[in-house]
Design a protein around this ligand. Structure first.
Ligand SMILES: NC(=O)c1ccc[n+]([C@@H]2O[C@H](COP(=O)([O-])OP(=O)(O)OC[C@H]3O[C@@H](n4cnc5c(N)ncnc54)[C@H](O)[C@@H]3O)[C@@H](O)[C@H]2O)c1
Length: 248
């Protein structure tokens, strides 16, 4: 068991075929107790129940710092500690530069980047007290190659912000024994693109050296590695999991 007795929070993990749910499952299988945070309480509860007994599903809009603090307090009250945070919640929009409205810019930045900050601020005091912890944030290859296939410039900017936030947190939190890393997934077969993936599948796969789209579990395995003590000397990295689509 790689995460025996650990308590993990995974945001945006109610989506049944999503990266968050796959990560929560990997964590649970390795002995962690998992709190799934998502917009809809019933969906979060169902996702937690799917993992087996003893896990928790909570409603939390990560855009709201008060809701993030309340959710973390509920986890601490129930399980007594938080060892791992995975910042996974997000929305993706394909808008091109001139189509981005102020409202959509705020939405994408707020869920992805502000949400990651809000959750980090909510868990860090408890992690500092224990002088140990691990924060993993999901970035994107879109921030590395000048945009995504389905994510517009605001999405790429939010993900670039996550990569930078991760490195800054890694440096600031290292003296407290808290590691901060990010994963930059390539194109992963989930429901975030609302059915648009199938139309473009062949063209996308043609540019992936390993010859297939990524699966949610490909990213979950990276999260498990970064959360485990196999990675206990790794902080501040942006781990590429993209089938070789982008090498640098
Ligand atoms: N799928 C890909 O190809 C891909 C590529 C690169 C990065 N990513 C990133 O991976 C992560 C997971 O993506 P996915 O494909 O599993 O997406 P998904 O759409 O399946 O899951 C996203 C989840 O976030 C939740 N969410 C949205 N707004 C929220 C909010 N304000 N508060 C709390 N939860 C909220 C949604 O309800 C949903 O359950 C995201 O950060 C995404 O940007 C995905």
């Amino acid at each position: 068991m790689m995460l025996r007795n650990q308590v993990a929070i995974v945001t945006g993990a109610a989506s049944p075929r999503g990266i968050g749910k796959a990560t929560a499952r990997r964590f649970g299988d390795q002995g962690a107790t998992v709190a799934i945070l998502d917009l809809d309480e019933a969906a979060a509860g169902r996702a937690a129940a799917d993992l087996g007994g003893g896990h928790l599903g909570l409603a939390c809009d990560v855009r709201d710092p008060a809701q993030c603090r309340q959710a973390v307090e509920a986890v601490l009250e129930r399980f007594g500690r938080v060892d791992i945070l995975v910042n996974n919640a997000d929305v993706s929009q394909p808008d091109r530069l001139m189509e981005i409205t102020q409202e959509n810019f705020d939405l994408v930045i707020d869920v992805s980047l502000r949400g990651s900050l809000n959750m980090a601020q909510a868990v860090v005091p408890a992690m500092q007290e224990r002088r140990s912890g691990c924060i993993i944030s999901i970035g994107s290859v879109a921030a590395q190659i000048g945009g995504g296939i389905f994510g517009g410039p605001h999405y790429s900017a939010a993900k670039g912000g996550i990569h930078s936030l991760t490195k800054s947190m890694a440096r600031e939190l290292a003296p407290f024994g808290i590691r901060a890393n990010a994963i930059a997934p390539g194109t992963i077969d989930t429901d975030i693109f609302a059915g648009k993936l199938d139309e473009k599948r062949d063209g996308i796969v043609a540019n992936i050296p390993l010859g297939r789209l990524g699966s949610a579990d490909d990213i979950a395995k990276g999260c498990l590695f970064l959360a485990s003590d196999l990675a206990d000397y790794i902080t501040g990295v942006i781990l590429d999991i993209n089938g070789g689509r982008f090498m640098h």
